[in-house]
Ligand binder design. Structure first.
Ligand SMILES: C[S@@+](CC[C@H](N)C(=O)[O-])C[C@H]1O[C@@H](n2cnc3c(N)ncnc32)[C@H](O)[C@@H]1O
Length: 287
């Protein structure tokens, strides 16, 4: 049942209070805290509850370049402050996954008190069981070994998904960015497209152009290009989500930079030379 404030005014104060306690809206954060008051450091299933500092929450969401088009999912949501900030400050849709049912109720109550219940959903569940693959921004404040356990699933997320972790790293997957606020640290990773393997490129007229061999470890790539039978190492290579940029010597020995996007088994690249852009389409021939 949903009660509106105006309806309450019409009721006797005592009756209103009794009904409102069981009703689906919360009036303010104090009321939420009367229902449940957590203690910093209390046990959680895999990690205790310690909330992220407000300024760091904002910085984490800024690092992820969060917008109203994003679905932000916080793994181990605690009192829901990250999903609530994502909705309130950035207009995003947000989900929190939290194992402690009291924290779930508190976080949902706070979302209502902050006026973002339409954008925030707190799910009672285990981060190792729930499906979070739809997130475009994933936030974590867990522990290093938990991050590493989650890493295989994170690497299967859509290329370009932004992952921000408070305090803890992801093992040998180096962050793309890091930031420090009020003695707290946050790390950002962009889920890289899978580009390992051999790619055969044709030009705009469908003629064979070059073959690209790529080695990949997370977002770090290296390899070579074979053009007119000559194999040249990549002198520079960068991968950020599905965006790729490669530099190599062309058949005449001139350095050529091509950039573009990876979409599954297809890679589209273009040069940005003064004479006009040349376009190439690559298909993966082996991985
Ligand atoms: C360090 S707190 C972080 C809270 C919030 N994300 C923040 O940054 O303010 C970790 C939270 O994860 C929850 N948690 C621990 N293990 C969990 C699991 N397996 N599934 C879901 N939540 C879990 C704890 O109850 C706690 O609220």
């Amino acid at each position: 049942m949903r009660l509106h404030r105006s309806a309450c005014v019409a009721l006797l104060y005592g009756i209103c209070l009794t009904i409102a306690h069981g009703a689906a809206f919360a009036r303010d954060r104090q009321e939420c805290e009367r229902l449940y008051q957590p203690a910093v450091g209390q046990e959680g299933k895999d990690v205790i509850w310690v909330p992220t500092d407000d300024d760091l929450v904002t910085r984490m969401l800024e690092m992820a370049q969060t917008t109203s088009s994003d679905l932000v999912i916080d793994l181990g949501a605690g009192d829901g402050k990250i999903p609530i900030a994502a909705a309130k400050q950035f207009g995003a849709t947000a989900v929190g996954i939290e194992y402690n049912p009291d924290m779930v109720r508190l976080a949902q109550c706070y979302a209502e008190a902050e006026g973002v219940a339409d954008k925030v959903r707190i799910i009672h569940g285990d981060i190792f069981e729930e499906d979070f693959s739809r997130a475009t921004v994933l936030t974590l404040y867990l522990l290093p070994d938990l991050n590493i356990r989650l890493r295989p699933k994170i690497l299967e997320m859509r290329p370009g998904t932004r992952v921000v972790s408070h305090s803890f790293l992801m093992g040998d997957w180096e962050p793309d960015d890091e930031s420090r606020v009020n003695y707290g640290e946050a790390y950002l990773w962009i889920v890289p497209a899978k580009v390992q393997g051999q790619w055969v490129f044709t030009d705009a007229d469908g003629r064979d152009a070059f073959t690209l061999e790529l080695e990949q470890k997370y977002q770090k790539i290296s390899g070579s290009v074979t053009m007119n039978g000559r194999r040249q190492p990549l002198t520079d290579a960068a991968l950020r989500g599905e965006d790729i940029r490669l530099t190599f010597a062309d058949a005449g020995g001139q350095l050529l930079t091509v950039q573009g996007k990876v979409n599954g088994e297809e890679m589209r690249l273009a040069t940005g030379t003064r004479e006009g852009s040349r376009r190439y389409v690559g298909k993966r021939s082996s991985s």
